[in-house]
Design a binder for this molecule. Structure first.
Ligand SMILES: [Zn+2]
Length: 180
């Protein structure tokens, strides 16, 4: 019985894998949707970070932007919001084989959230040397001590993602100097 069940699961895995051959142009497309979310964040005076959660068949389960300022919530990062909304949509916290796109390299908290959600891959845009988990050396997604591992790909639409962020902070600084 046990063997049969395992075999079924393996077949299921193969079917999913066939659906999941996302090409570079797919990654660019989904990242452009995450960027649209980042632009909405910019307009709302939030740090412009946007995220999109995509199902194995390519359906967008959720898209959101950083809501820290407007929700007075230190953990309202775009990544955690799309994980929460996506899980609600499919009525399952196991987001197996989903891909999460985010315009900025995720922080350690969000990377840990992705482990909890059992996602398949995280694709991010701009690198974050000061706050990004990988840049800081926290490669949680491949840490053998955790029971789930996933792949991370960075630099997709890096230029557009980082340009939006630097524009935002430049504006913030000039407003600050004008007030001072
Ligand atoms: Zn985060």
């Amino acid at each position: 019985m046990k063997v049969k069940k395992l075999k079924l699961e393996t077949n299921f895995q193969i079917i999913l894998n066939l659906n999941m051959n996302f090409s570079v142009s797919d990654h660019l497309w989904f990242m452009s949707i995450a960027l649209e979310q980042a632009e909405l964040a910019y307009k709302s005076q939030e740090v412009p970070v946007g995220a999109v959660l995509v199902s194995p068949s390519g359906e967008i389960l959720s898209k959101q932007y950083n809501l820290k300022e407007s929700h007075f919530n230190p953990v309202a990062h775009a990544e955690l919001l799309v994980l929460t909304e996506g899980a609600k949509k499919i009525q399952n916290w196991r987001l197996s084989d989903c891909i999460l796109y985010v315009t900025l390299e995720p922080c350690p908290m969000c990377l840990a959230g992705m482990i909890q959600g059992r996602i398949r891959q995280c694709v991010f845009g701009a690198y974050d040397k000061k706050g990004g988990a990988l840049s800081l050396g926290y490669k949680l997604q491949s840490d053998k001590r955790f029971n789930h591992h996933f792949s991370v790909m960075g630099g997709i639409k890096h230029f557009e993602c980082s340009k939006l962020l630097s524009q935002f902070f430049k504006e913030k600084r000039s407003n600050y100097h004008r007030r001072a």
